[in-house]
Design a protein around this ligand. Structure first.
Ligand code: TGC
Ligand code: FAD
Length: 388
């Protein structure tokens, strides 16, 4: 018997630092997340103190330089952290990816020195929670159509509009918001909780990512000081660059969810007997396990190579789209298929498959849907843009 989920010995490609951070995050998930996640998902409530505990293990902004509170790690380390967190639950990985890739990354990459010093250390420690507002009620896959606007009013901007489906908006202290100026150019700015006219209504009744808070961002003539705008970016490539980082993290993260399902199903298949023998001895059950470990292995090799390219600043957005699309697809397929291996028990909260499968319905939709990523690959290989 070979129960490994490192079938091609990718561990040999990791540094001691990678393995150390993996062990730290794995221990955290086993101790802090696994015992409570089912209850929080059932009750549809966020995990208490999550951001501070993620900050304490170095999971927030791990690739941001140390002088701004990050850990200065490489992209493979970031991926490994996402993988271990999503082994626990996609809600936990979502919290870390939004804070790291969608809030800290744009502040670090596009922000002024004052903005970096003001926000990054608190975001890294989890003392401050951030969210990212790109999607709007009428503009999801096509963010370029956004209607949220800023108007120059001397020493400040007046912000009006609404964002929808925003991870952590009900908990956030700050929001990185993308809006069009009077010339129709997309700009990014930091909106702080407490600014008059800024509200964050919660979205209730989700069947997916139930341990994650999701909400809206509503702006009614919000006065945002000029020093809160990002000076160093204009246009849609601003938010899309943040998505490159988050989509990369998701490509790693979902492997963690798939591994959790695989390990549970393999163990169950060796213990559960029907017709006088373990169900793991039946060919049809072996097919499910063999296909799952094959797809996990292919996904691991894909993200490892992508991480190397990313470390060298050579990863293209199209490569990242391919990895996000493929890996979420294999993870959701594994969760659904391996749930069946547990029979009736597979629908119970004691086992993680239903929760992972339901979470992955969000993951296959957010950060660009499965079909949008296919069209990005289609555009890349043909040179013909199917969006216009
Ligand atoms: P298009 O004309 O192709 O491009 C406009 C400008 O952007 C540049 N660009 C990129 N830059 C960096 N990274 C990328 N991935 C880029 N893709 C495009 C492009 O070069 C161009 O630059 P320039 O200088 O010429 O102006 O744009 P388009 O309007 O045709 O749209 C393309 C499309 C559909 C691929 C894009 O808009 C898209 O990806 N749509 C999906 C939307 C999406 O992913 N939304 C995610 C919202 S955030 C979220 O879901 C968080 S979930 C968090 C969690 O809980 O984990
Ligand atoms: P639509 O764009 O309306 O798409 C509907 C369907 O049409 C999809 O199947 C899509 O693939 C298809 N479609 C659209 N255009 C095309 C096309 N050209 N060709 C073929 N098919 C097409 N956004 C944020 O900004 N910040 C967040 O923190 C955030 N968190 C989220 C958390 C959750 C739990 C969820 C569910 C979403 C979150 N989102 C967030 C929003 C997410 O990015 C969008 O839901 C996603 O981009 C899709 O947009 P939409 O829901 O408006 O679907």
């Amino acid at each position: 018997m070979n129960p490994t989920t490192d079938y091609f010995q990718i561990d040999e490609l990791l540094t001691d630092e990678h393995k150390m951070i993996r062990q730290t995050v794995r221990d955290y998930v086993d101790k802090e997340i696994m015992p409570i996640i089912d209850e929080h998902a059932h009750k549809h409530i966020p995990i208490p103190n999550l951001m501070k505990s993620l900050g304490a293990i170095g999971a927030l902004g791990p690739y941001i330089p140390e002088e701004y509170g990050g850990a200065g790690m490489d992209q493979i380390a970031y991926g490994i952290i996402m993988q271990e967190l999503e082994r626990g639950d996609s809600a936990v990985r979502s919290a870390a990816s939004v804070q790291s890739s969608l809030v800290m990354y744009p502040i670090f990459s596009f922000g002024s020195e004052e903005q970096k010093r003001k926000y990054l250390p608190k975001l890294a420690s989890g003392d401050m929670i951030g969210c990212f507002g790109l999607t709007e009620p009428n503009h999801g896959s096509n963010p370029n159509g956004m209607e949220t606007k800023i108007k120059d009013a001397g020493d400040h901007y007046i912000l009006n509009g609404a964002k929808m489906w925003i991870t952590n908006s009900p908990l956030a202290d700050i929001a990185v918001v993308w809006a069009k100026d009077e010339e129709g150019v997309i700009r990014g700015l930091v909106v702080e909780r407490g600014m008059d006219g800024f509200t964050t209504p919660e979205t209730h009744n989700k069947w997916s990512l139930r341990a994650s808070a999701t909400g809206e961002l509503a702006f009614d003539n919000v006065k945002v000081p000029k020093e809160n705008i990002f000076p160093n970016i204009k246009g849609l490539k601003g938010p899309l660059s943040c998505l490159n980082s988050a989509r990369y993290g998701i490509s790693w993260g979902v492997i963690g969810a798939a591994i959790n399902c695989y390990e549970v199903a393999l163990k169950y298949s060796l213990q559960r007997e029907q017709f006088g023998r373990p169900i793991g001895g039946f060919q049809l059950q072996q097919k499910k396990l063999a296909e799952a470990i094959t797809e996990i292995t292919k996904a691991q090799l894909l993200v490892w190579r992508l991480g190397v390219l990313k470390n060298e600043n050579r990863a293209t957005p199209a490569q990242i789209s391919m990895a996000k699309r493929n890996n979420v697809h294999i993870a959701i397929t594994i969760a659904r298929e391996l749930r069946q291996m547990l029979g009736g028990m597979g629908i119970m909260g004691e086992f993680p498959m239903m929760r992972h499968a339901a979470n992955l319905e969000s993951v296959i939709t957010y950060e660009g849907t499965h079909d949008v990523h296919l069209l990005i690959t289609g555009n890349d290989v043909t040179g013909i843009n199917a969006f216009v």
